[in-house]
Design a protein around this ligand. Structure first.
Ligand code: NDP
Length: 254
């Protein structure tokens, strides 16, 4: 290879992974979001958890100074703005946003009320829009940012039967990531989505019998998703944008 410069020399001095970055993880009080927050804090980021409920135990008690819980309903524009203002007053601008907050319901389409449809879209999609819109100006000004949206394999396939609203919302959030990627790459901002399936959290409680349908032979764990976020959020993933990464044990290979 003509260019003998090492990887270390090519990367900006002093930056590795997510160290010394400020991150927001929505819905980080439990489940996948909590695992994401733990991994990012362990890697040296400051992490603000935006959630509607205070987590029962602090994330990584030994890293207390690097975590901040902020009560926030991602569907509420004022609540999102106030939560960002709180983080900015403590740590400055947000460098990494993980749009993880979500809800799930199985409902036959003909029995889905407009209220239920709207709520599904509001939490899974509109919340990601509101949080991304609030994060982008700082990222643009500093010429660096990472946005990761939590999609789902259901957003590709329509999901198992009876989850039309969820599937539609997740398709939307994955497309939102692509749209941000195309518009904001010029400012050093990447935006990607994950499409997990069958991750063992409260959301999928009671469907453990599906494990035998997963080629790797087990349900996914929140940490499986957190590792993908860790990679996409890091310094070294700057050439990956507009991508949807499956985290599904081979459940959907497309
Ligand atoms: P959980 O239900 O375990 O956690 C969801 C979190 O989002 C909770 O902390 C919840 O708060 C929070 N939340 C819900 N509504 C809001 C809101 N309006 N504002 C702020 N926070 C909110 O789910 P998972 O950890 O399983 O899922 C995380 C993400 O991953 C979701 O987007 C989900 O759709 C996606 N996903 C999950 C899969 C799985 O198999 N588990 C598969 C594919 C995608 P509270 O505790 O107060 O309810």
């Amino acid at each position: 290879m003509a260019n003998t410069e090492t990887q270390e020399q090519q990367e900006p001095a002093g930056r590795r992974g997510v160290a010394d970055r400020t991150a927001v993880v929505t819905g980080g009080g439990r489940g996948i979001g909590r695992a994401i927050a733990e991994v990012l804090v362990a890697d040296g980021a400051r992490v603000a958890i935006f959630d509607i409920e205070v987590p029962k135990e602090p994330v990584r008690p030994d890293q207390g100074a690097n975590t901040l819980f902020v009560e926030c309903d991602v569907t509420d524009e004022q609540s999102v703005d106030a939560a960002y203002s709180r983080v900015e007053s403590v740590w400055g601008g947000v460098d990494i946003l993980v749009n993880n907050a979500g809800i799930f319901a199985l409902e036959p389409l003909e029995e889905t009320s407009l209220e239920s449809w709207n709520r599904m879209i509001a939490v899974n999609l509109t919340g990601s829009f509101l949080c991304s819109r609030r994060a982008l100006p700082h990222m643009r000004r500093q010429g660096w940012g990472r946005i990761i949206c939590m999609g789902s394999s259901a957003g590709k396939t329509g999901g198992a039967k009876d989850c039309a609203a969820y599937g539609a919302a997740k398709a939307g959030v994955m497309t939102l990531a692509k749209a941000i990627a195309g518009s904001y790459a010029q400012w050093g901002i990447t935006a990607n989505a994950l499409a997990p399936a069958l991750i063992e959290t409260d959301m999928v409680a009671g469907i453990a019998d599906l494990a035998d349908q997963i080629p790797v032979g087990r349900l996914g764990q929140p940490a499986d998703v957190a590792q993908a976020v860790r990679f996409l959020a890091g310094e070294e993933a700057g050439y990956i944008t507009g991508e949807v990464m499956d985290v599904n044990g081979g459940f959907l290979i497309d």
